[in-house]
Design a protein. Structure first.
Length: 276
């Protein structure tokens, strides 16, 4: 989990606990029956709306969105410029090793198309299709999270009504009032907390990450097409830097010596060693 997310979680939890303690004993806000109504009802409604497999995918996507780190736009630009220089010096087939080693799946797909000698329009169509369905899958996962977020306050109201019915039937009896009022009030509290503290933030984080990944994919797409067309790395750098904010842009290309060392490229123009 990213530090900022962990910090936000701890800060919000601290504010909640501090507020509860200031207003009374913490035990007043704990009610198992309310929690069962809200969590159980929301979970049941989710199972009625979505396939279990779909819910499992959403859970894995959300977990990955908090645990795995994405490369920045500047890092992707640097990688593509390195690959463009390597391709011009050693040929496109030299990128086959990079295809197997890269951890960026979309870049791996693009390099595979390059190595397999696809036409530029074919590469663009394949990668655009990949981006389109990636966006659809992520939007579907976000929709699931927001739907569950809508369920939580609704079942909080269900728990509240379930507590008010015996309350109205037992007016004048102190024991009944003491048992039903906590159920009525804490159900709404739990529903609001689950919706606005768990599911809506997860959906918003997923959307932000999706937009970032789509931007990286667009950069990779343009870079792959440029490498296939043997565009000059300086021209490619100028084009790709347009995707970055001014503060993220770097001034110079990677030095040629470092490129040779990184990719173990032999210099064919070196003078032959003396014979004696």
């Amino acid at each position: 989990m990213k530090y900022q997310h962990l910090l936000g979680l701890l800060l919000c939890a601290s504010v909640f606990f501090a507020g509860f303690l200031l207003k009374g004993h913490l035990g007043l806000y704990l009610n198992l029956a309310s929690l069962m109504i809200v969590v159980g009802g929301s979970a049941t409604a989710a199972l009625l709306c979505f396939r279990l497999e779909r819910l499992g995918i959403v859970a894995r996507v959300v977990r990955a969105s908090y645990r795995s780190r994405l490369k920045s736009e500047a890092e992707i630009v640097d990688i593509l410029i390195d690959l463009a220089i390597k391709s011009r010096m050693a040929g496109i087939l030299s990128l086959q090793k990079d295809e197997h080693e890269t951890s960026v799946l979309f870049l791996r797909r693009g390099l595979g198309c390059l190595v397999d000698n696809y036409e530029p329009q074919q590469i663009r169509d394949i990668l655009n299709t990949e981006m389109y369905f990636f966006k659809l899958r992520r939007e579907d996962s976000e929709r699931v999270l927001r739907t569950i977020a809508d369920f939580c306050p609704a079942f909080g109201i269900v728990g509240s009504v379930a507590g008010l019915i015996p309350l109205l039937g037992g007016i004048g009896e102190t024991g009944i009032i003491l048992r039903t009022v906590p159920l009525a009030l804490t159900s709404i509290l739990y529903g609001l907390i689950l919706a606005n503290f768990v599911f809506i933030p997860c959906a918003a984080n997923l959307r932000e990450r999706t937009n970032h990944e789509l931007l990286l994919q667009k950069i990779i797409l343009e870079g792959i097409i440029a490498i296939e067309g043997e565009v000059n790395p300086t021209v490619l750098k100028t084009k790709l830097l347009s995707f970055l904010t001014p503060s993220e842009r770097k001034a110079d290309l990677v030095p040629l010596a470092r490129i040779r060392e990184r990719f173990r490229i032999e210099d064919d123009n070196r003078p032959d060693p003396p014979l004696f």
